[in-house]
Design a protein around this ligand. Sequence first.
Ligand code: G4P
Length: 526
Amino acid sequence: MKLTDEIKKRRTFGIISHPDAGKTTLTEKLLLFGGAIQTAGAVKSNKIKKHATSDFMEIERQRGISVATSVMGFEYRDLNINILDTPGHKDFAEDTYRTLSAVDSVIVVIDVAKGVEPQTEKLVGVARMRQIPMIVFINKLDREGKDPVDLLDEVEEKLGLSVLPLSWPIGMGQRFKGVYNIYKQELILFDPHGQQDEDNILKITNPDLETLEPLVGKFAAEEFLSELEIVTMVYDDFDRDAYQKGDQVPVFFGSAINNFGVKEMLDGFVEFAPSPLARQTEERVVRPEEDDFSGFVFKIHANMDPRHRDRIAFLRIVSGKFERNKFYHHVRKDTKMRFSNPTTFMAARKELVEESFPGDIVGLYDPGNFKIGDALTDGEVLHFKGIPRFSPELFRMVINKDPLRFKQLDKGIRQLMDEGVAQLFTQVMGNQKVIGTVGALQFDVIKYRLEHEYGANCDYHQVNIHKAIWLEILDKEEFRDFEKRKMKDLAYDKDEQLVYLPETAWALQMARDNYPGIKFHETSEF
Ligand code: G4P
């Protein structure tokens, strides 16, 4: 098959939501459609259990599961579809941001009763910034929830998205009768005890009271018809271009647990969602159909077995063809490398791959050669953009408790940071190591893993740091003054970029006011 045909066949996306909205359930139904799994309950939830947020062993449990759920591939209507896992828990937000660099579109799941929740807001914000096309699935229509018109207003307002309902619910909760697929002009009736099957789908081009009343009852029919009238009046028509730019967001309603409305959404997804897209590098735009191979690492997963410290690096293929045992150029290390055991992830089952194409995710066994963001190419020097680091929320200084094992500690910390568990800042004055994380749990995980995987012993000291701020120096003179005064608050990140670690929000504001010749960024990419 030609490269362009392979590209056309692929869809790589992520599902984002606040925990509990139904991401795991929806993923499972999608895999069932694709025949990738046979039974419900096969996809384990990798979320942190509700009651266990203070228990870091829960994270270790989660880590074990997430190897299997990091990438889930399935086939549907002749397409190879990859779902990339995006943890909803806020402590793993970094991981999700990075994963969003490897998808071409996303599905946003919203709980009809809870509406737009904080984590949805954050993640959609990142997706919007990157202009990733989005589809919204409003879930749990079998329960009472918010009025659909109000809910869509909330989505527009809080998420800043321009929505377009392509299906519309008829009642909800106890009175839930089904959804009308506006796009395909079909009515799907809900049977609370049954499976969604084709028999319950009726072609109704112009729904009116006469056709609907016998099917759903007078009250539901009237309510639905008046809502549909509003919907047709208020919202624009579907505009594929606007969707692909992330400007217009199709919305579907359903109930994941009942496998209801899911197929309609999947069919919509298959029709609209983009095939693998070009990626921006510092050097140029790389198009998938280019003959030369390129790809980047967006996630690194350590082996769960502490005796084998090897890891899996997840490579998103951007252009050309990836082949087993062929030599590729590791751009950061400026060396040649080949891979004899690359794996794909078809539905939690790992398989050796001979060749892979743009949009595919390949797992590479890695004894420690990769960092997040690394590029592999046929030889060209490329630095992929869109894998920024964001300022952590919490900071602690690392204290070595066992001076004889300094080397182990150093290596352990470096490798854990390459995995993206947390961020390391090395102070310019005194070389002290400061670790920054999004959630407090990561500190326990790091300590535990340093001890069990690297035989190193560490403690933490509290430090007063408000944020990590990446510096862009416009005026060298001004910077020399800033450097002199703020030396004790300066550090290098893992890529030797200079970072300012102000003690308070006030100090940061003062610095911004006093040094217009320096730009202060809360992300490493500007
Ligand atoms: P998440 O991955 O987004 O965190 O959510 P998950 O799929 O685990 O779903 C969260 C809870 O919502 C689960 O219940 C799940 O069964 C339920 N759920 C998902 N879809 C629907 C739906 O369409 N209708 C209703 N009524 N519930 C739905 P749980 O009790 O927390 O977990 P479990 O014991 O059922 O696994």
